[in-house]
Each structure stands twice: as C-alpha cells, then as structure tokens.
Design a protein around this ligand. Structure first.
Ligand code: DHK
Length: 152
C-alpha cells in the first residue's frame, strides 16, 4: 500500500461574462440582490466542500474571455460559465470553450425561456454538458456539483 497522498484535483474555472459585475444593482427583479462577490463566495464554498479549488473571473471584454479560456488548457478540471449576453450571440465563445477539452456547465440566473425570444437560443448549449437556468445564484452551486459528478 502506498502512503502517497491522492493528487489534488485541478481547479474549477468559474467564468462570468458581460454585465455580471453589476449583479446586486442590475434589474434586481430579474437577477436578485446578490452580488458577484456573493456568487464567487458560494462557488468557492461549494467547490471546497467537494475537494476542489476555484478560479473565478469576470469580464466585459470578449477577447479577454477567449484568452482566459485558451490559457486554462491543462490547468482546470472543468468550466462553469454564465456567458451573459454572449450566450445568444457568440460563435467565437463556443469555439473557445471546446479548446480546453473539459466539461462545460452553462448557468443563467434568470429563466431565460420565460423572457424575450432573443434569449431563448443559446450557442453555448450546443457544447455544454448541462444547462441550469432560473434558480438564481444557486444555479452556480448546482452547476459545480454536477461538474464534479462528471469529472470526479
Ligand atoms: C445573464 C445575462 O446577462 C443575460 O444576457 C442573459 C443571463 C441571461 C442570466 O440569467 O444570468 O440573457
């Protein structure tokens, strides 16, 4: 029997796209009153409970988001992403998300299917392992739990 400790799993990458830095003040009737800091705190606690570290980042700049995804190759177990408005517009984001070759969980705080028609289509869903929408910020927790089921 070896007494070597089990290797640490690679961290989970939590990504938030445009306008999600304004959580807490942005349309609280739609997105609730929790802030992005609350999201990151919840995600860190959930990941830690499951034995995973978390890297979290948010940007309003699509090129920055693509660069972060490319740079994560070989360094992460999986991705949890709320792509914000890029959900409905960005082929480039979808192309980047498959580069690391790890499962991707897509999260939306609001129930996008109950909203405007332009929010009903997601490019990201075509490559996502799962999609969670309409559970408020708890969706991030559920996505991390599912991701760990997939990669654990
Ligand atoms: C967040 C956004 O910023 C919107 O552009 C999406 C999503 C919905 C959410 O519910 O978290 O349409």
């Amino acid at each position: 029997m070896s007494d070597a400790a089990a290797p640490e799993p690679l961290p989970i990458l939590l990504l938030n796209g445009p306008n999600l830095n304004t959580l807490g003040t942005r349309e609280p009737a739609v997105y609730g009153s929790d802030t992005l800091a609350d999201v990151v705190d919840l995600a860190e606690r959930t990941a830690a409970e499951l034995g995973y570290g978390l890297r979290a980042a948010q940007t309003n700049h699509e090129g920055q988001m693509l660069d972060w995804i490319h740079e994560s190759v070989g360094e992460i177990s999986g991705i949890v992403i709320n792509p914000g408005g890029w959900t409905h517009t960005s082929v480039a984001l979808v192309d980047a998300l498959v580069v690391p070759g790890v499962p991707v969980m897509e999260v939306h705080i609001s129930n996008v299917h109950k909203r405007e028609a332009f929010r009903h289509h997601s490019y990201v869903s075509s490559i996502a392992a799962g999609v969670i929408a309409g559970y408020g910020i708890r969706g991030y927790e559920f996505a991390i739990r599912r991701l760990v089921e997939l990669v654990g």
